[in-house]
Design a protein around this ligand. Structure first.
Ligand SMILES: NC(=O)c1ccc[n+]([C@@H]2O[C@H](COP(=O)([O-])OP(=O)(O)OC[C@H]3O[C@@H](n4cnc5c(N)ncnc54)[C@H](O)[C@@H]3O)[C@@H](O)[C@H]2O)c1
Ligand SMILES: CC(C)[C@H](C(=O)O)[C@@H](O)C(=O)O
Ligand SMILES: [Mg+2]
Length: 376
């Protein structure tokens, strides 16, 4: 008997709906071709689209559907229409991560195709062979601590504002365990690079000690080193292979370092992510939200030129981690690689504008679907 998986689609704002629509076609094909399972895809309002439709970025029916789903595929939220006012699209994303306790954000910075090397702004000999996965703690830290907005309008107000970074032992232990789990899935086990700012921050001194103790007591034999975030930001673009393995870090550092990592393969539009509430063992279905690491890109929204690869690779992660369908995930990754490696009529790679090509979002999506059809 065939299983039906319920996947919620959150297209969101800006280029979100454009890239989600291509990933949707990929998941529909996987569903059609499988004898064992069906994927039911249902869209809901979220972000700015949620504010417009229901007055809040995470409408009640969207939250209820996400809680009941097997997985969520998300595009991006935000944009100048909603700005940085009291009700912001981004608040919906933070609430959803918190509501589902999606504490582990996995952001692989691997080359989906070696043929991209020539497009990386880094010299090929520097970029080649870079393979690391950023594991970012996602529900604590500066994003969720006590905060105060500045009052700049009341005469006499000093206009002070603050955000507080809070971590406790349990927060650091559980994300370390997940990073160790991912390290152990590689052969030989990957090295863990824990990143902090222990020379300044109390939360970082807690982080460094608990990471080390968790590895020493529960994962003997795994290698871990500790570095400061400022120098790692430099290493990432000067000698990125030094970071091969697992980069383990807190919420804000992980946000910044993962965008920086997209420079290595050449575009922010290429990188996928999974946000999980538990360890992905490939057997137990794991409630998760899957999204490209980029935002709503207001500068190119509506032009049909956004790169959908990061979202399509996020759909592959969804199949692997939440639906336990590794073969379908591998087929999608192979189809993406095939398309990025192939040439269009002008002799250039089949690429969107961010990678120096002229192909549209939907043309790349259709080509990936065509290749996938041959592999499933
Ligand atoms: N997960 C999310 O929903 C998410 C993530 C990051 C930023 N945002 C929001 O997005 C809005 C815009 O933020 P930003 O401009 O700083 O970051 P952004 O990631 O949207 O864009 C940064 C740059 O990368 C380019 N880019 C991004 N994705 C691309 C793609 N798929 N193909 C080709 N080019 C791509 C954009 O054109 C832009 O030049 C803000 O409101 C921000 O809060 C949302
Ligand atoms: C939109 C914003 C809240 C979000 C974050 O900072 O986590 C984004 O930048 C991301 O990387 O998913
Ligand atoms: Mg970000």
């Amino acid at each position: 008997m065939s299983t039906t998986y319920n996947v919620v689609l959150l297209p969101g704002d800006g280029i979100g709906p454009e890239v989600i629509s291509e990933a949707q076609k990929v998941l529909e094909l996987v569903s059609k071709k499988s004898a064992d399972f069906d994927i039911k895809l249902t869209p809901y309002h979220f972000g700015g689209a949620g504010i417009d439709a229901a007055g809040k970025p995470l409408p009640d029916d969207t939250l209820a559907a996400c809680k009941a789903a097997d997985a969520i595929l998300f595009g991006a939220v935000g944009g100048p229409k909603w700005g940085f006012g009291k009700v912001r699209p981004e608040q919906g994303l933070l609430s959803l991560r918190k509501e589902l306790d999606l504490y582990a954000n996995i952001r692989p910075a691997l080359f989906p195709s070696e043929s991209l090397l020539g497009h990386s702004p880094l010299k090929p000999e520097i970029a080649k062979g870079t393979e690391f996965i950023v594991v970012r703690e996602l529900v604590k830290g500066l994003y969720f601590g006590d905060r105060k907005e500045a009052d700049l309008d009341t005469p006499g107000s000093e206009g002070d504002a603050y955000d507080t970074m809070v971590y406790n032992k349990n927060d650091v232990q559980r994300i370390t365990r997940l990073a160790a789990h991912l390290a152990l899935q590689q052969n030989p086990p990957a090295k863990i690079h824990s990143i902090d700012k222990a020379n300044v921050l109390a939360t970082s001194r807690l982080w460094r000690r608990v990471v080390q103790e968790t590895i020493d007591t529960e994962f003997k034999g795994l290698e871990v080193d500790h570095s400061l975030v400022d120098s790692v930001a430099m290493t990432m673009v000067s000698n990125p292979r030094k970071l091969n393995g697992i980069i383990l870090t807190e919420n804000m550092f992980g946000d910044i370092l993962s965008d920086e990592s997209s420079v290595i393969p050449g575009s922010l539009g290429l990188l996928p992510s999974a946000s999980l509430s538990g360890v992905p063992d490939g057997k137990t279905r794991c409630n998760g939200l899957y999204e490209p690491i980029h935002g709503s890109a207001p500068d190119i929204a509506g032009q049909g030129i956004a790169n959908p690869v990061g979202t399509i690779l996020s759909a592959a992660m969804l199949l692997r981690y939440s639906l336990c369908q590794p073969k379908a995930a591998e087929a999608i990754e192979a189809a993406v690689r095939k398309v990025l490696d192939s040439q269009d009529v002008g002799g250039h790679g089949l690429r969107t504008a961010d990678l120096g090509g002229k192909v549209s979002t939907s043309e790349i999506g259709a080509k990936i679907v065509e290749e996938l059809e041959k592999l499933l």
